[in-house]
Ligand binder design. Sequence first.
Ligand code: PMP
Length: 381
Amino acid sequence: MMTPEDPNTQIKQNAETAPDSSATRLWNKRTARLVPYVPGEQPRGQTFIKLNTNENPYPPSPEVLNALSNFNYEQVRLYPDPTGLSLRQAIAAYYGLTIDQIFAGNGSDEVLAMAFQAFFETVDGPAKPEQEIVFPDITYSFYPVYARLYDIPYRLVRLGDDFTLPVADCLAPSAGLVLANPNAPTGRAIDIAQIAELAAADRNRLILIDEAYIDFGGESAVALLPDFDNILIIQTCSKSRALAGMRLGYALGAPALIEALRRVRDSFNSYTLDSLAQAAGAAAFGAAEWFERTRSLIIQTREKTARALRDLGFVVIPSSANFLFVSHPKISGADLYSRLRQAGILVRHFNQPRIKDYLRITVGSDENMAELIRVLQRLLV
Ligand code: PMP
């Protein structure tokens, strides 16, 4: 059965939106070769319980509301601060870092793209293993898209059957490592001792740690920054700070790594962060109480939901993120995805060989998850 996550459907959708015109002859070869990332559905019209893109079920903090309501609209007449200084100061204060260790950008997807461009090498012709970057076979599906966009050769390291990372396999020579911690879409985290081991193995290769979901239970590699200038951490305000619509991402690392990102950014657009987003982001980092309260609510709801799902016979991968990766022995992933959709619950299904029987379910509010469990009870009888 076809789902919106089915690569074939995606290609079809892309073909349908592609202009039916011979002007595609004007595309360069790389554009013609691209297979763009397809984000989770943002439905229009129909109301779903939306558990498909790992958004926060709670609103941003009152401090953010305050910053937005007090924002002087006349200010948008002017260009924003190209350095994002007040936001970077707020992030620096939160992490105990200096502002030259922080780069802020328009969503972590964009910061990731800049990092691929800044640190990894394009190779003409067949690449040697040490010229390839490495990431897991099951991880954030944007990584191979960036690699293809910039012609960066890559190879995949195969996760174990339980989706654990074989750290030893990541020690082999390579041009860089890209690891989501916790991993997406599995939710599994690695501990920072393992990241330290990988960073120490070759200080001439960059380890890019994508910590989009770190606030939901993982251990941040920020503690390793004093010892390793070859670790770059990328985080986002989209998940734990409930600002997905603002598009705010940031990188933490050695000043020279931050400078590299700035060089890339300032070679195509000096103003990637708008002034409203900067104000909201700075306020979000000052909202400690709201942040702690909402993230611990999400963690509690996750654990409660995981237990309820296990009681229904689901295999639930231990998650340190704001989503659960689950499968059920009696029903295929594609089937369950469409039955939930019919019942008004949107989750994410990836039609890839090793994970096609899994669903990634965002942790919503307690009420959302209670409804999910009720619907599943009904579907599974
Ligand atoms: N990294 C991972 C692992 C993600 O799942 C996402 C969300 N799709 C992102 C990065 C990007 O988040 P954003 O661009 O909203 O900051």
